[in-house]
Design a protein around this ligand. Structure first.
Ligand SMILES: Cc1ncc(COP(=O)(O)O)c(C=O)c1O
Length: 413
């Protein structure tokens, strides 16, 4: 019997799989001492790479100080919040959660308490985690289709989709429902297609929400901290009412966080709104301590972000030059240090178009990922490439070499 049959874990990825990592160091992850170059870095959480000095030191310090964990307010969350305020000066208040999913779920709860409207508008291509109200995808008519069993029909009815990066079509839909829109939630730069020309679209959503008294939720679980100076909303000077942050914030441990604007904070105070945000591990001292040590390091070492962007640009440019020269059906998209290879040459505006054009290449994409794995490269299952501060140029060149061979052999035959 193989391992996959013995394994009782039902979480995604464990079924029909006998490929389990057991260690990580720097830019590599291991299975029984066999090293793979990691292009995922825990889905973008490990900006410093695996088992970084900062991570190891902060865990040691945590143990030496005998900090422990309390289901009760603690000084470590308070200390962390001060550095969070430096990173996100536009957040008036914050709420600690344990995952991105929890942060999104509680954001929607908060949003619902702020106005009496019923509809949630989601933007195609945005991923918000395992949140019941959003666990749908849009079909070609933008109607929600379930991504899981066990979802509520009522939630489905209250969900409207607008197409990412398409002001005209989005405007039409938004205007049709404008009196009933509680909130618009968006992953402002989408890891499924990291475009760098969407500022106008984001500003359009900001102005719609302002005009129509709807709440604008920016899901910056990936872009929070990663994008200088700390978030997309700061980079583009956009006022989101509610923001979710996660991944990098935990310094390698589970975390999620909600940041609320001064405007939302005032509504909460004026209307005496009481939303439940509690949980046993909310603001726990372990994630807070390690997250804070990591954040302090990142605040002191800002050049790290430009170095990471430089590495990502090198990866993108080098590969795109090869792709153009060889006429391969692919293109590398990038926003700062978020990278993705899209397996189509067409000019693509959003995820719907990406999926449409990539469809014919699905079996080749599976072959390509397996080919890389056979050559000791872990290409993320979700296709989002995150390099880390530990990723060496030697590793990048190794990866580029095999990606080029793989693309040529698999996509040009
Ligand atoms: C933009 C975005 N929102 C929400 C989530 C959910 O976060 P988590 O997986 O920590 O629950 C993710 C996770 O990948 C994400 O990328």
């Amino acid at each position: 019997m193989n391992k996959a049959k013995k394994n009782i874990i039902l979480n995604e990825g464990y079924k029909d799989n006998n490929f389990f990592f057991d260690k990580g160091e720097g830019d590599k992850i291991f299975i029984k001492n066999k090293a793979y170059i990691d292009l995922s870095n825990s889905s973008g959480s490990l900006i410093l790479g695996h088992n970084s000095q900062v991570f190891k030191k902060s865990l040691k310090l945590y143990l030496n100080k005998k900090i422990s964990i309390f289901a009760h307010p603690n000084t470590h969350a308070i200390n962390f919040s001060k550095n969070i305020k430096k990173t996100f000066p536009n957040f008036s208040k914050i709420i600690f959660c344990n995952s991105g999913t929890e942060a999104v779920m509680k954001s929607l709860r908060l949003s619902k308490s702020l106005n009496k409207k019923n509809l949630i508008v989601n933007v195609t291509g945005s991923w918000h985690g395992s949140v019941d109200k959003l666990l749908f995808y849009p079909n070609k008519y933008l109607k929600p289709q379930k991504l899981s069993d066990g979802l509520s029909l009522d939630d489905k009815k209250k969900l409207i989709y607008i197409p990412y990066n398409d002001i005209e079509k989005s405007n039409k839909i938004l205007n049709k429902f404008k009196n009933d829109i509680n909130c618009i939630i968006i992953e402002p730069i989408q890891a499924c297609l990291p475009l760098d020309n969407v500022k106008k679209y984001l500003r359009f959503l900001e102005s719609f929400c302002k005009k129509n008294n709807s709440i604008l939720i920016f899901d910056e679980i990936i872009t929070g901290i990663r994008i200088r100076p700390g978030s997309i909303q700061r980079k583009y000077n956009i006022n989101a009412d509610i923001t979710t942050v996660g991944k990098i914030l935990g310094g390698g441990l589970p975390i999620g966080m909600i940041g609320i604007s001064e405007k939302v904070n005032k509504i909460i105070k004026n209307k005496n709104i009481k939303v439940f945000f509690g949980g046993t591990f909310s603001a726990n001292s372990l994630s807070s301590f390690v997250g804070n040590e990591t954040l302090k390091f990142l605040l002191k070492n800002k050049a790290l972000f430009s170095n990471l962007n430089k590495k990502s640009l090198y990866f993108q440019k080098n590969l795109n030059q090869f792709i153009t020269k060889e006429g391969i059906e692919a293109k590398v998209y990038r926003f700062d240090s978020i990278l993705r290879i899209v397996f189509s040459k067409k000019i693509i505006k959003n995820r719907i178009q990406r999926d449409f054009f990539e469809k014919k290449n699905i079996s080749n994409i599976i072959k390509f990922k397996q080919y890389l794995l056979d050559n000791k490269i872990y290409y993320p299952t979700n296709g989002i490439i995150f390099l880390s501060n530990s990723t060496s140029y030697k590793s990048i060149n190794y990866v580029l070499n095999y990606i080029k061979i793989g693309l040529k052999n698999i996509f040009t035959k």
